[in-house]
Write a protein that binds this ligand. Structure first.
Ligand code: PMP
Length: 398
């Protein structure tokens, strides 16, 4: 690749985005996209609010702003973090253009080419893309129904350290994980943070779905157990709007300053207009009721998918039972029609349904992809009756 930097060799097209293009075709039911449903947003109120912001604060919101982000919004974020047991100082908040930017900044700041990042297996494809772009050596630890097993994490870190390599951080999505929907059990949280502290490994905690709990239960953040060793990523994408591109990071002040410098090199400052809109949404009390209403919607959709799986999926197929978020994760039976779910994609599209094959969420190990026999179903943006039909079409193919 003449002219290209070495790191470009690690860029891989997002498998998920390829599938999204198919998902837009008429007649196709998409179980692929992890998009929030925006239908419940109070658009009239938001429209009036946007007009007010421009009229009253136009000269400020259309100007460059602080590299750390809008202080008033950071104050509300500090308040919000208390609901997960954390109490960060204002100086520890860095606003971002979404979690994806936070992942990029954290990797840019901590990871040299060849350094090891430990992640969940399976994990968010966008994180794998970022890590590979920085030429990291990504290793994955298998998840079970309660999330990461702390003992397995300890073993993996020790094995890597005994190779003479440094594990730069553990990347984890503890709540309603993408792609499995699985949640780290409360009793594992303290142990996991303790092990990482003991073995001198940072934790990057990515929590875009945590508020979308079906039973209203909020889990304590890993950050709350060890704020000095956990970098927390928050996002307004799933509970408000991914289009506004606003999220935040929480890090000890000495780290937060570097994140700000790294962030300024990318966007100079987070969008002031977008942050004002998010601030208005929160400050005018729309946040909590909207979160509650959308979580109830997702719960209903999740139940529809699980019931349809029960009704239509081939015998031996298993799936996770999420308690929040957007996704469930299927494992195909051994000896079934498809050993690799990716081979079922074209026939599924032919049959009017699209999903994301499990291999997209794993690194290949010794020429094998550990997620080949698995697949992700997203239920967040599809009506229950359509979800049922989608699962039926998928089951017909499988
Ligand atoms: N992390 C995870 C686990 C996600 O699922 C997503 C969105 N798909 C992101 C980060 C990126 O979110 P944002 O829109 O906040 O950049």
């Amino acid at each position: 690749m003449k002219h290209f930097a070495n790191r470009a060799g690690g860029f891989r097209p997002s498998a998920v985005r390829d599938v999204f293009e198919v998902a837009m075709r008429p007649g196709i039911i998409s179980l692929a996209g992890g998009n929030p449903d925006l239908d419940l947003l109070p658009l009239d109120e938001l429209g009036a609010m946007s007009a007010r912001i421009i009229e009253k604060e136009g000269l400020e919101v259309l100007q460059y702003g602080s590299g750390a982000g809008l202080e008033e919004l950071a104050e509300l974020v500090c308040e919000f973090m208390k609901s997960e047991g954390s109490s960060p100082a204002l100086e520890e908040i860095q606003m971002t253009a979404g979690s994806q930017m936070g992942l990029d900044l954290a990797t840019k700041l901590f990871v040299n080419p060849g350094d090891v990042i430990l992640a969940e297996g399976p994990t968010y494809t966008g994180a794998l893309g970022t890590f590979e772009g920085y030429e990291a050596d990504v290793r994955q630890v298998a998840l079970d129904g309660d999330g990461l097993d702390p003992a397995a994490v300890r073993e993996a870190i020790k094995a890597i350290q005994s190779e003479g390599k440094e594990v730069k951080f553990l990347y984890t999505i503890p709540n309603f994980q993408n792609p499995t929907g699985v949640t780290l059990s409360d009793d594992r949280r303290e142990e996991l943070t303790r092990i990482c502290r003991e073995l001198d490994v940072l934790i990057v905690e990515d929590n875009p779905y945590g508020q979308l709990s079906f039973d209203g239960l909020r889990h304590r953040s890993l950050h709350s157990y060890d704020p000095e060793n956990v970098l927390y990523l928050g996002s307004f994408s799933k509970v408000f709007s991914p289009g506004v591109r606003v999220g935040w990071m929480v890090a000890p002040e000495r780290v937060r300053k570097f994140l700000q410098i790294a962030g300024e090199a990318v966007t100079i400052c987070p969008s002031v207009l977008s942050q004002r809109l998010v601030l208005g949404f929160m400050a005018e009390g729309m946040w909590e009721p909207h979160t509650r209403r959308t979580a109830a919607l997702y719960k209903e959709r999740c139940e529809a998918v699980l019931a349809a799986c029960e009704k239509y999926m081939p015998e031996g197929t298993t799936w996770t039972t999420p308690s929040g978020g957007f996704f469930t994760w299927l494992t195909l039976p051994e000896g079934g029609k498809y050993a690799d779910a990716a081979d079922a994609l074209a026939p599924a599209i032919e049959n009017g349904v699209v999903f994301v094959p499990g291999s997209a969420f794993f690194e290949t190990v010794d020429g094998k992809n550990p997620g080949a026999n698995q697949l992700r179903i997203a239920f967040s943006s599809v009506e229950p009756t359509v979800l049922e039909e989608g699962v039926k079409r998928l089951a017909e193919v499988l």
